[in-house]
Design a protein around this ligand. Structure first.
Ligand code: GAP
Length: 477
């Protein structure tokens, strides 16, 4: 049985074994911090994405969705501040060539020290980081004889800023001028900002209103060894809510509460979440907090809620020379709206849902050792909703099972299987989180009833086959 400290590893192995998540291009030994979603992982991810999209757009009158391109004009990233500010101080070990984020190197060293020494070291690091004193940071690393975990030496380069954006060249000619350089977007938000007026005008949107988007983002993360928690290619679900200046505080509080409602709607109890207010604010924010979830690796950020002021629209106005203003007919004024952003990582949410659902159960009796791994997904997120299992491969049972498949498959994802004992088939369905299994047996031929087996309780009961579809649909509402 996995305890808390190795539950994380157990989930990673389970994801691979059962077709949820694979290391990218694994046959070539993988690519660091890049992952592929398999047959069940992609369904789970799609269900979370759709749930978020529906909740944000369909259930809020004043929010619409867009789908902007990953490539954007390079000036976008000048205006957003990412070219100048989206970087971390790094240091390289000259012998191993391994690169470290300076704060992570120092924090890892602090973990080896007694409490008081560690606190003093971290306080000094915070001072130097705040002052952007890179010489001082290098000195601190050397004075404390911090070693590279690969080479074991203290042979360090200077500390340098390292931008986290991936750059590539655009068009047919490579290696010519800087004008060809484009970035893979490090957040989806800017696609919303640059389309603010397009959407506002064509949708005749009135403030307050929101624009939502789901899409890939890319960051050249240096410390990237936490499975899908920190990836170099990942997916974000973001919403920018445009408000009248001066009202941002109340909308910030509104969206904190509103987003928490969505999280609780995933069936995850309140005590597994907490808010974490930011002390050090990002370059664009006047208030910010994270929604953290209690992962097997501790409480960590899943979603950020940021009051971004008019920073982005104002800068886009300045760089593009295009007005980013809204005419508010209620107060007869033109202004650049303020923005509350909700930004959640889809992959991190997948990891949260997996962590919450994963359970190893000992089912041993005095007579027999037994256990199972079950993923207790809420039915609306489960990759497969219903497994249809003929007891044997003959006597007309597969035909009846196929009939039930035909009745249900247009409404939700079903799975048909006739191999192995029923017990083994149930265990496989538990392992991928299928909430309902239905067995077709000889009695079905006589009275039209089937055995339905519930994943979480393992209770089995007989119901009329014609009730199955409705029962599953009710669980998805
Ligand atoms: N537009 C604001 C923004 O991008 P962020 O706090 O940097 O804010 C928002 O990112 C969310 O995106 C995070 O809460 C996290 O869920 C997700 N995220 C950020 N970096 C990630 C990474 N490298 N891998 C996976 N998810 C990431």
């Amino acid at each position: 049985m996995a305890n808390d400290s190795n539950k994380f590893q157990a989930i990673i192995s389970h994801c691979k074994e059962y077709g949820f998540i694979f290391p990218s291009s694994e046959i070539y030994d993988g690519l660091s911090a890049v992952y592929d979603y398999g047959q069940y992982g992609s369904e789970l991810k799609k269900n979370i994405r759709e749930d978020w999209w529906k909740w944000m757009t369909q259930l809020h009158d004043n929010i619409v969705g867009i789908d902007a391109a990953i490539f954007m004009h390079p000036t976008t990233w000048k205006a957003s501040g990412h070219v100048d500010n989206f970087s971390d101080p790094m240091i390289d070990n000259k012998d191993s060539k391994k690169r470290y984020r300076v704060d992570h190197l120092i924090e890892a060293h602090a973990e080896t020290l007694p409490r008081e020494e560690a606190d003093a070291l971290l306080a000094r690091m915070d001072q130097l980081l705040a002052a952007e004193d890179f010489g001082g940071l290098k000195q601190l690393i050397e004075d404390n004889k911090m070693k590279c975990s690969v080479s074991g030496t203290c042979n360090w380069t200077e500390v340098r800023q390292f931008n986290l954006m991936f750059a590539t060249e655009f068009g047919a000619v490579s290696g010519e001028a800087d004008d060809n350089m484009v970035y893979l977007r490090p957040e989806t938000a800017q696609g919303i900002f640059v389309n603010f007026l397009n959407v506002q005008k064509t949708g005749r949107m009135k403030i307050p209103f929101g624009i939502a988007q789901v899409g890939k983002a890319f960051r050249n993360e240096i410390v990237a060894r936490q499975f899908i928690f920190r990836m170099r290619e990942f997916e974000q679900m973001e919403m920018q809510f445009f408000v009248r200046p001066g009202t941002q505080k109340e909308w910030y509080e509104f969206w904190k509460e509103e987003r928490m409602k969505w999280h609780l709607g995933l069936g995850i109890p309140q005590e597994r979440y907490r808010f974490h207010d930011h002390v050090k604010l990002a370059h664009y924010a006047d208030a910010a907090c994270d929604i953290e979830y209690d992962f097997p690796i501790g409480f960590k950020e899943v979603e950020g809620i940021h009051s971004r002021t008019d920073f982005d629209l104002r800068n886009h106005q300045e760089y593009s020379k295009k007005k980013m203003q809204y005419f508010d007919s209620e107060i007869n004024q033109n202004y650049i709206p303020y923005v509350i952003e909700t930004s959640i990582g889809l992959d991190r949410t997948v990891m949260m849902v997996l962590s919450e659902a994963y359970e190893e159960q000992d089912l041993s009796t005095p007579e027999k050792k037994d256990s199972r791994v079950v993923l207790k997904f809420p039915p609306k997120l489960a990759p497969i909703k219903l497994a249809i299992l003929p007891l044997v491969k003959k006597d007309g049972l597969p035909e009846i099972a196929r009939e039930l498949m035909d009745q249900c498959r247009r409404s939700f994802r079903c799975f048909y299987e006739e191999k192995d004992t029923i017990g083994k088939r149930y265990r496989r369905m538990d392992a991928i989180g299928t909430p309902f299994c239905v067995t077709i047996d000889h009695q079905t031929k006589e009275d039209g009833t089937v055995t339905i087996r519930y994943r979480d309780t393992m209770v089995q009961e007989r119901i009329a086959m014609e009730q199955v579809k409705q029962l599953v649909e009710n669980s998805l509402a």
